[in-house]
Design a protein around this ligand. Structure first.
Ligand code: FAD
Length: 471
């Protein structure tokens, strides 16, 4: 179905303007804004929700998946700074790579404000005005275009924001698409995006009792107290045996659980929350289109109904949940993949699996390909990896908008194929992409350049100077 941007631009006064306008304040967008501001740019960060942190905060997504490069971490300087602030907050209760989502958001807000980022919350980007561009030809149209303003939907209607360089950190590539950029979406074999989830936390849990119960099952890979390190953990997923599975099957047989709860279920700890556990579920393989409001509505309604039933299941079939209650439910849907924007370079499955290296590398990672529910996709033509340097790299060119000359894209919606996106979407990579986009945007602003004229090697060098520990 076609939807049209029908903003009456002529009747709109400029509400705000900035040299660098970052749309979306999640893992990538918040980092982009901080990096650009610290490089001296005038930055406005526009976010549709009432907090910063995106999925890490609103969808309760934690811990940071590690990049799995030997001699870790291989992170951006800003990530290391945030991680240090998180450790300082949690102190002895810190669990490696994990964080309390609320604190994560507050710390990001602190970092933005300290760096001089202007923040506009409760403003949803709903339109983009383009004009003829300056110097770079667009491969798609033969004519270059640039974004000159965005429209944001606020409580009192539509407002206009002007800028010179725009960074799309919306996760869904919404700014890019509204401005007319080309994009891909979903699994090329089925057209479906990755499944969406609705995470939640349960409080009032007696973790001693729960831990003993998990250890008593004798399957430490899938059920453990975590006393020997790493925290409490439980797991039931399709195509993998787990000592917890018979318990789930019995509950399904007795009508105490819906079968879909077994498709993907994991339980783990939240640092600093002594009687709470987190769940990375329920996950719905029939709800995949994150840009369709009806599917998002169904995800949140059905998700909460599942969560309610799952709580009763824990109380009846597990130990330690006698006084348990639901302490948090994601306020936004958990979206793994939606749109992937056309950029100067498109990262491919072969680059990821072949552990390809690039000039102008802005992120290094060896997190595996992680396509929920369809593994056959990447089993064909496996390229040989690189035993000497077992990781792949994301080049700066994956962030440079192909169809709009003043657009940078950062986060899970960068230019990548379906399989590559399933690996690069982890938060640490999104942080690096955000920092790189912010540094590049500031370079554009101070040197009057367009993102396509900025050297990826210079961006990478600046990231190193700012504390990135790339090899
Ligand atoms: C269920 C689930 C589990 C995951 N597990 C892990 C994990 O354990 N570890 C890990 O590292 N990664 C995990 N991931 C992946 C990771 O969380 C995401 O890929 C990553 O957070 C994406 O970051 P982002 O900045 O691209 O998008 P987001 O963090 O989602 O940020 C996008 C921001 O843009 C805002 N926005 C959107 N549209 C607009 C608009 N039109 N106007 C203004 N603002 C807008 C949103 O409100 C949001 O704040 C998981 C993802 C999901 C969904």
């Amino acid at each position: 179905m076609n939807r049209k941007d029908c903003i009456d631009w002529k009747g709109l006064e400029t509400y705000l303007s900035a040299e660098v306008v970052v749309c979306g304040g999640g893992s990538a967008g918040a980092f982009a804004a901080i990096a650009a501001a610290r490089e001296g740019a005038d930055v406005l960060l526009v976010e549709s929700q009432g907090y910063l942190g995106g999925s890490a905060v609103g969808a309760l997504v934690m811990p940071y998946m590690t990049v799995r490069v030997p001699g870790e971490p291989r992170c951006s300087g800003l990530h290391n700074e945030l991680d240090n602030r998180i450790r300082a907050y949690h102190q002895e209760k810190h669990i490696q790579n994990s964080f309390d989502p609320i604190i994560h958001g507050i710390l990001l807000e602190q970092m933005c404000r300290e760096s001089g980022v202007r923040i506009l919350l409760h403003a949803c980007v709903c339109g983009a005005k383009t004009e003829e561009g300056m110097s770079l030809g667009s491969p798609a149209s033969g004519k270059s275009k640039r974004i000159c303003a965005i429209a944001v939907a606020c409580k009192d209607g539509i407002r206009k924001i002007e800028g010179k360089i725009f960074i799309d950190g919306t996760g869904d590539g919404s700014l890019s698409v509204l401005a007319g950029a080309g994009f891909e979406a979903g699994n090329p074999k089925t057209g479906a995006n990755q499944p969406m989830s609705l995470r939640y936390f349960v409080g009032g849990v007696n973790k001693e009792t729960l831990g003993r119960f998990l250890d008593s099952l004798g399957d430490p890979d899938n059920a453990r107290s975590g006393k020997s390190g790493g925290g409490l953990f439980g797991c039931v997923v399709e195509r993998r045996d787990s000592a917890l599975k018979p318990i789930f099957l019995q509950a399904v047989a007795e009508g105490d659980l819906w079968e879909q709860s077994m498709a993907y279920w994991t339980m783990f700890e939240i640092p600093g929350r002594k009687d709470e556990v987190a769940f990375n579920n329920p996950e719905f393989f029939d709800l995949t289109d994150a840009c369709d409001p009806l599917q998002l509505t169904e995800l949140q309604l059905r998700g909460r109904a599942f969560i309610y039933k799952e709580l009763a299941f824990y109380k009846k079939y597990f130990k330690g949940f006698e006084n348990a209650y639901i302490s948090a439910i994601s306020i936004v849907p958990g979206i793994r993949e939606s749109r992937r924007i056309h950029t100067k370079y498109r990262l491919t499955a072969m680059d990821v699996l072949g552990q390809r290296k690039f000039k102008g590398c802005i992120s290094q990672c060896n997190y595996p390909v992680d396509v929920h529910g369809s593994e056959e996709l990447f089993r064909e033509d496996l390229p040989a990896g690189d035993p000497q340097k077992p990781w792949y790299e994301i080049p700066y060119d994956c962030l440079v908008g192909a169809d709009l000359e003043n657009l940078l894209v950062a986060g899970r919606c960068i230019g990548a194929d379906f399989v590559a996106q399933s690996s690069i979407r982890i938060q640490i990579c999104c942080h690096s992409m955000g920092e790189a986009a912010g540094i590049a945007a500031a370079m554009c602003s101070t040197k009057s350049l367009l993102p396509g004229q900025v050297s990826g090697e210079e961006v990478a060098e600046r990231m190193r100077e700012r504390g990135a520990d790339f090899v």
